[in-house]
Design a protein around this ligand. Structure first.
Ligand SMILES: Nc1nc2c(c(=O)[nH]1)N[C@H]1C(S)=C(S)[C@@H](COP(=O)(O)O)O[C@H]1N2
Ligand SMILES: [Mo]
Length: 252
C-alpha cells in the first residue's frame, strides 16, 4: 500500500472509531502532550497536524481488530475475581447510584464523576477481543466513554505521561502511556453486548484497553490519576501485574 493510501486508511479508521469530534479531541490532546510534528507551522497546516497526531497515537499498533456482530462470543468467560468487599456490595445493592470515579493528579479540574454522569457522556462502541495471558479469549461489544474525553474534561496538564487506574479491589491497578490513553479504542466501558456491564465482567465500569492483554483491563474502576512518573505507585513499575513480574506493556 502506498504511504498516502495507508495514511488515508489510518485517519479514516480513526474517524470511524472515534467520530469526528473524537478525532478533534484526540488531536488537540496529542498536540498538548507534545505529539506535534517538529516542523509544525512551517510545512504543516492544522490538517496535517491532525494527521500526524493521529498517526503518532496510532502507529504503535494502529487499531485493535474489530469483529462483526455475528462473531460475538455466545459464552464469554468472566475471569474469576477475589471476593468483592462490603463497600462494593453495598453499592451494588443500591444499583451503583453512589459509584464514583475520581480523577486526580495533574489536572486543571480534578474531581469525581458519578456513574450516572459517566453513562451520560458521549460513548463509543467496539466489537473487540479480550485475551488473558493464560490463553483464553472472547469477543464482545463494549460501550464506554473514551478516556480521551475524560482527560479533556478534567483538563489534563501537558506534562501528563501516564494514566494510573485503580479498582475498588486494592490489589488491582495498572497504568498506560498517553499513546494508549488517547487511543480512540481506549474506553471506560459501562456496557457490554448491549446491556449494563455485568459485575463478573467488571461492572459497573471497567477500563477497556483492547490493544493490551486482559490484565490491563482493570474492573471496578474507582480512580484515575494523571501523572508524569510512576515511581511513587506500588513498587514503581506502573501496575499490579508488573509489580508481580509481568510486562507493564502488554500490547497484542
Ligand atoms: N479488579 C480486577 N480487574 C481485573 C481482574 C481482577 O481480578 N480484578 N483480572 C484481570 C485479568 S487477569 C483479566 S485476563 C481480565 C479478565 O477479564 P474478563 O473477566 O472480562 O474475562 O480482567 C482483568 N481485570
Ligand atoms: Mo488474565
Amino acid at each position: 500500500m502506498s504511504e498516502i493510501s495507508r495514511r488515508k486508511l489510518i485517519t479514516t479508521g480513526l474517524a470511524v472509531a472515534a467520530g469526528a469530534s473524537g478525532v478533534a479531541v484526540a488531536a488537540k490532546l496529542a498536540q498538548r502532550h507534545g505529539l506535534i510534528p517538529p516542523d509544525a507551522g512551517v510545512f504543516y497546516g492544522p490538517g496535517e497536524t491532525v494527521t500526524y497526531a493521529a498517526q503518532r497515537i496510532l502507529n504503535r499498533h494502529a487499531m485493535a481488530r474489530e469483529f462483526s456482530r455475528a462473531q460475538i462470543s455466545t459464552n464469554p468467560f468472566a475471569n474469576e475475581v477475589d471476593q468483592l468487599g462490603d463497600e462494593f456490595k453495598r453499592s451494588q445493592a443500591a444499583g451503583f447510584v453512589d459509584w464514583k470515579v475520581t480523577v486526580d493528579g495533574m489536572a486543571a479540574r480534578p474531581g469525581s464523576f458519578s456513574l450516572g454522569e459517566i453513562r451520560s457522556f458521549p460513548a463509543s462502541s467496539q466489537i473487540t477481543m479480550i485475551g488473558c495471558e493464560e490463553g483464553w479469549t472472547y469477543i464482545a461489544e463494549w460501550t464506554g466513554v473514551p478516556l480521551s474525553y475524560i482527560l479533556e474534561r478534567v483538563g489534563a496538564r501537558p506534562e501528563v505521561r501516564y494514566v494510573v487506574y485503580r479498582s475498588i479491589q486494592p490489589d488491582w491497578w495498572e497504568s498506560i502511556d498517553m499513546a494508549d490513553a488517547l487511543h480512540p479504542q481506549t474506553v471506560l466501558a459501562h456496557r457490554m453486548n448491549g446491556d449494563e456491564l455485568p459485575v463478573p465482567f467488571g461492572g459497573p465500569v471497567r477500563m477497556r484497553v483492547p490493544r493490551q492483554l486482559g490484565y490491563k483491563n482493570i474492573k471496578y474502576i474507582t480512580r484515575l490519576t494523571l501523572t508524569e512518573d510512576l515511581k511513587h505507585f506500588g513498587k514503581g513499575t506502573g501496575g499490579s501485574a508488573s509489580d508481580g513480574g509481568y510486562a507493564w506493556y502488554a500490547g497484542i
